[in-house]
Design a protein around this ligand. Structure first.
Ligand code: FS2
Ligand code: SF4
Length: 547
């Protein structure tokens, strides 16, 4: 195996024996084969679009779901990957019959064998995996993989939008075109750079569609004081990003005496009016994803994983863990997706009741969440006044993924050391590094404004664009700096979106992606002023000293 798609990759170079995430070499191979299948499907779908025809909904759904399943910490189940591979063969066959195979690039028509053993026995071949061709220029490989990881990220956002009624043809057409382009052998560095920027723009659209689906279904998040301590009684912990799953579970637990806690990236779910109206959505349990094995150990309740980030389950809670949607782990109960019907959570609800839950209440503690774009921008007037009066000197967007590396203390220290007249906007699971610290208020606002999930990066960018409009300046002239932490591929595509919108001087950490070669890094530094984080002291001085 060879995988270097995420930040915790072995030795900051690549996982070659087994994933640091626990991905086995077998699962890595199943994923590589599926990705090769999807590249071909992308190519043929794009041919269909060029002929003026539409991609059918089933193929679009499958492309997003299959790609999402290969994202870090999502699906580790070889049998599930085999099902995806079989379906990919079927879809591809139909596409070839429709559009022909005359000018297709090599391997676009690759058909995979249909047993796990046969897939695992496939020999090395061009386009299969990252290190498919030892003669490939490393900068081309770097940008090709960046494009593929960006596509994995966008597929996640698209999937979340699709299941909530936010379907968009522009996003689907972009997805298949970019997938098909990764098969081209004559591609140049410049073309690949442009494709990555085009993907960033396409993802902005995708995130807009997702934002509309979320706010259209559940209303705009509103500032909400959320419980972060345990309450007595049976419970279910809901993790991941899928708000539709949260809603369906809330509807099915109505009147049953089961408390619902959000976990990880589901935390902002507590701030949507149509979700928080369910009074037994009582709070958030635990911290970021990398703490789950410790926090779920012997948990007297059930856990539902609706998307990333899933870690190898311990035996002490495996029997009360449930996956759904794209998520999968061998021998863990899986709740199927029903297209037009709600999912059936009965078994999990009954198990939660049997387990009995927490024995007593913990002393109460709350934090404030729910500063989505609407909540922040409805205060735009007061914010602008406070900036003009010198009460707010600077904004930092400290957002992105959390992870296990010790260097991630940078983000806690950055928040602690940021001066008292600065405000931190945050989103995604990186916020767990500082969202429970009492950092007080600035000009009447909480110092830390929680914009939401990584899925809400669209909202954060809208806030920046609206402020630039209000101050009548370029977005890069705002008193706003971006301090981004990355871990998986959604962060890759959000970064591409930010770059494609012209946002400059982004600080990226805790380490730079292993898939970015020194030459490509230099391009990103020269063109966009992208820079690695150093120490909070130095970076704060560099940012604020300049102002
Ligand atoms: Fe965090 Fe994990 Fe949000 Fe990422 S819960 S690192 O996949 O999606 O952010
Ligand atoms: Fe390694 Fe990350 Fe790939 Fe897992 S996803 S195998 S940890 S690079």
């Amino acid at each position: 195996m060879f995988c270097f798609q995420c930040e915790q990759t072995a030795g900051s170079k690549g996982c070659t024996k087994v994933g640091v995430c626990s991905k086995s070499p077998e699962t890595a191979k199943m994923q590589d084969v599926l990705i090769l299948q999807l590249k071909g499907i992308g190519y043929y779908c794009n041919e269909l679009v060029n002929k003026g025809e539409e991609i059918c909904r089933e193929t679009a759904d499958f492309t997003m779901e299959g790609c999402f399943a290969t994202l870090t910490n999502v699906n580790f189940d070889n049998d599930r990957f085999l099902q995806y591979i079989k379906k990919a063969n079927k879809i591809k066959k139909e596409l070839i019959e429709k559009v022909g195979n005359e000018s297709a690039p090599k391997d676009a028509d690759f058909m995979a064998p249909e047993t796990v053993e046969q897939v695992l026995a496939l020999p090395d071949m061009p386009n299969l995996g990252v290190m498919d061709d030892e003669n490939l220029d490393m900068d081309i490989r770097s940008l090709r993989e960046m494009l593929i990881y960006g596509l994995k990220g966008m597929s996640a956002y698209a999937h979340h939008a699709f299941v909530q009624g936010g379907y968009d043809k522009e996003v689907v057409n972009g997805m298949v075109r970019f997938l098909g382009e990764t098969l081209r052998k004559d591609i140049t560095v410049e073309e690949l750079l442009n494709l990555n920027m085009e993907l960033g723009k396409c993802n902005f659209k995708c995130m807009e569609v997702l934002d509309n689906a979320n706010t259209g279904n559940y209303g705009h998040p509103e500032p909400t004081e959320m419980l972060i301590t345990k309450k007595k009684g049976p419970f279910i912990v809901v993790s991941g990003h899928d708000l539709r799953d949260l809603r369906e579970l809330l509807e099915q637990t109505e009147g049953k005496g089961v408390n619902i806690y959000t976990h990880g990236e589901m935390l902002p779910g507590c701030a949507y009016p149509e979700l928080k109206k369910h009074k037994y959505l009582i709070g958030n349990f635990g911290g970021a994803w990398q703490d789950q094995q410790k926090e779920f150990d012997n948990l007297p309740g059930c856990i539902l994983m609706t998307s990333n980030c899933l870690m190898k389950p311990r035996d002490s809670y495996k029997d009360r863990l449930y996956t759904t949607s794209v998520v999968g782990w061998d021998d863990v109960k899986h709740i199927e997706y029903n297209k037009d019907q709600p999912k059936d959570f009965t078994e999990m609800i009954n198990q939660a009741l049997e387990l009995g839950g927490f024995k007593e209440d913990e002393p109460e503690k709350r934090i404030t969440v729910g500063f989505g774009r609407n909540a922040v921008l409805s205060n735009a007037g007061a914010i602008i006044e406070a900036v003009k009066a010198g009460k707010i000197r600077h904004f930092f967007l400290v957002g992105g993924c959390d992870g296990a590396r010790p260097g991630r203390n940078y983000y806690t220290e950055f928040a602690e050391q940021s001066p008292d007249d600065t405000i931190i906007l945050t989103l995604a699971c990186g916020k767990f590094r500082f969202n429970k610290l009492d950092l007080g208020t600035v000009a009447g606002f909480p110092k830390v404004l929680d914009v939401g999930q990584c899925n809400d990066a669209y909202g954060a960018i809208q806030i920046a664009l609206a402020l630039a409009n209000a101050f009548e300046c370029d977005v890069n002239e705002l008193p706003l700096s971006y301090i981004i932490s990355w871990y998986e591929q959604k962060a890759v595509v959000v970064l591409l979106t930010m770059l494609s919108l012209g946002l400059k001087n982004i600080y990226l950490g805790p380490t730079l992606p292993a898939f970015v070669t020194p030459n490509i890094l230099q391009v990103l530094v020269d063109k966009f002023g992208l820079r690695p984080v150093s120490t909070p002291e130095k970076d704060l001085e560099e940012i604020l000293g300049k102002k």
